[in-house]
Design a protein around this ligand. Sequence first.
Ligand SMILES: [Zn+2]
Length: 311
Amino acid sequence: MKQDQFTLFYDEIYSSGLDPTTRFPVDRYKKLHERLKDLDHENRINWKKPRLARKEELLLAHEPSYVDRFLEQRLREEEIRRIGLRPWKREIVERTLRLTGGALEGLQLLLEGSDLAGNMAGGTHHAFRGAGAGYCIFNDLAICAKKALLNKEINKLVILDLDVHQGDGTAEIFEKEDRVHTISLHGKNNFPFRKKTSNWDLEFENGTGDEEYLTALDRVLDKLAPEPFDLIFFQTGVDALASDALGLLNLSREGLRKRNKKVFEWRNTMKSPMLLFMGGGYAKPIEDTVDAFCDLFLYAAEENRKPMGKV
Ligand SMILES: [Zn+2]
């Protein structure tokens, strides 16, 4: 790997591990991977195949009985319905372990001194300790945060969740954990309909556009800026896009680009290592989601070349 390459974890199973007839747009990973390979002329992205997450890592954030039932293909029908990835495919187990592994490997890179890494899936913020929901099985943000906190040098981290849906699972898992600061900017009328309490929740009305959204984001980042965080986890969901079938907001592709830029500028002020978790995106056509994620990962790869300047 070249020093200035941006490491992005990806495996074919991110798409192939789900049934093609599920309502979830399974092809978006494959399409995004192809598009990024086409556009990354200067080889700025270091593609890596992730390892499988280990059971003891899942147990950092999840109940043993839930973990066992999932690993042994014994989830109940109503649990599968709540997760929503139907028809269920046996490969979902390997897919889930691998995408969680991608986030954990990204975390490891940060702990070893990288400023930035990403996983091209995950951001599974609706998963609770003992239950999955809304396309999420295990909460990779929570697993990584718990794992990071085992490290003596990590005393405070922030989870900035800009997916259009509230990070309810993450909020609940860290309800009583002062070392993890949870922030969620989301649509007021979107799933989940019963919201949980993050450290900071900011809700938007249906149809909120770029200007209002970006002004609100500025307010959040300005307020956070003086606070030192040892790590930043960025849930980068692009489902606030106007053409998204599940988000109810009205952001443009350019608005999302500006959103990404603001987050990276804030990170540069903080001088904290940052891990990117992909999050949601269900645009019709799905190419709009792919475009928005393409913008994000290419921008991350470009930013990664610039020295962040450690304090
Ligand atoms: Zn979402």
